[in-house]
Design a protein around this ligand. Structure first.
Ligand code: G3I
Length: 324
């Protein structure tokens, strides 16, 4: 057993960032939630509050209330803050549907959005997921309103617009590309091309939503290494570990603990600088309410249970960090 009193202390002592995604509602209403967040993590990400939809209730109005609450909480407790996300095909504002825009208008809108949001948090956010999930599961460029209006060049422009305003590290973030596979190969090629074009990109976020199949940790380490060899930082940005309800292991909590340990070991060995889990505790996991996921997957994917009590995975991650 390590003599570190918290995950945060173990991570701090080894220069590693261990984080969680936060929602403002629980931060405001649940003392065990925010105490766990500040005591056990040294990094945070707003789960939804910094996305275009929540930020833009109308074309002319920004609502930063929830995002400010989360980022200010992180700053108040000396935490590394990740901004998520400036450009994504999901959670666009509801009014977007009815907007009959030209390509030029959409480009001007996106540039203004990126400048405004990165400008507000210029001295408060350490890393931004500038573009999220631009590559489709088959490895091609995902068809989005951004790609339709600006072509693949929307990535170049988005990173450059962010770089014009903030000194934060600028990340590309995606799911299903944690191990070496067709999608991560496509992302590797995309980021290589961006770097070739001197696009200001500093890192890649591997989301690591381990739900049905769990990416092989050795392949995750290999994937981390190849992005590091490109000169990019690598972070695990949205980790959770669940099992299909129709194929649950005999000892799910033990399996989960071993898998979190294996990914933490892969991170430390391959030079990944952060591991952020997608929520503070199971009760706040997106798996409890997203589409039909509650009927498909176990809903206890995180290190802390519904009551913010630590689970076996908490202890394997802490011991791994302590022994590193
Ligand atoms: O805030 C509204 C609330 O007012 C309303 O009553 C309620 C019911 O309609 O919806 C609430 O908004 C929901 C929001 O989460 C906040 O809970 C949205 O419907 C729901 O779609 C949204 O889901 C989020 C999802 O992204 C959107 O695609 C999840 O919480 C969030 O965990 C998830 O996170 C994404 C990352 O950003 C990118 N990587 C994948 C990851 C999982 O999909």
């Amino acid at each position: 057993m390590s003599n570190y009193s918290s995950l945060r202390e173990a991570a701090d002592n080894h220069g590693f960032r261990i984080g969680a995604a936060l929602n403002a509602r629980s931060l405001r209403s649940d003392p065990s939630y925010w105490k766990t967040a500040k005591n056990e993590f040294n990094a945070i990400t707003p789960e939804n509050a910094l996305k275009m939809g929540p930020l833009r209730p109308s074309r002319k109005i920004y609502d930063f209330t929830d995002a400010d609450a989360i980022i200010d909480f992180g700053r108040a407790h000396g935490m590394y803050t990740r901004g998520h996300t400036l450009v994504w095909h999901n959670q666009k504002p509801d009014w977007f549907q009815a907007w009959d825009y030209t390509d030029e208008q959409l480009e001007a809108f996106l540039r203004d959005h990126i400048h405004t949001v990165t400008g507000r948090y210029r001295d408060k956010i350490d890393a931004w997921d500038v573009v999220n999930e631009a590559i489709a599961d088959d490895g091609t460029l995902r068809e989005t309103v951004w790609a339709d209006a600006m072509g693949e060049n929307y990535l170049d422009k988005s990173f450059r617009w962010a770089d014009e305003i903030t000194d934060a590290d600028l990340y590309y973030n995606d799911y299903g590309a944690d191990a070496v596979n067709k999608k991560s190969d496509a992302i590797y090629d995309l980021l290589s091309d961006l770097l070739e074009r001197d696009v200001p990109i500093d890192g890649v976020g591997l989301q690591c939503h381990a739900l049905g199949d769990h990416p092989d940790p050795d392949s995750v380490a290999k994937n981390i290494r190849r992005f590091r060899e490109l000169g990019l930082d690598v972070q695990i940005t949205e980790m959770d570990v669940a099992f299909p309800l129709d194929d649950r292991p005999e000892n799910p909590l033990e399996e989960q603990a071993m898998y979190y340990q294996a990914i933490t070991e892969a991170c430390l060995e391959a030079g990944c600088g952060a591991l952020v889990q997608w929520g503070v505790n199971d009760a706040n996991s997106w798996l409890r309410s997203f589409k039909d996921f509650p009927e498909r997957f176990t809903g206890d994917p995180l290190l802390f249970d519904d009551n913010c009590d630590s689970k076996p995975a908490y202890h394997t991650v802490k011991e791994t960090l302590a022994d590193s």
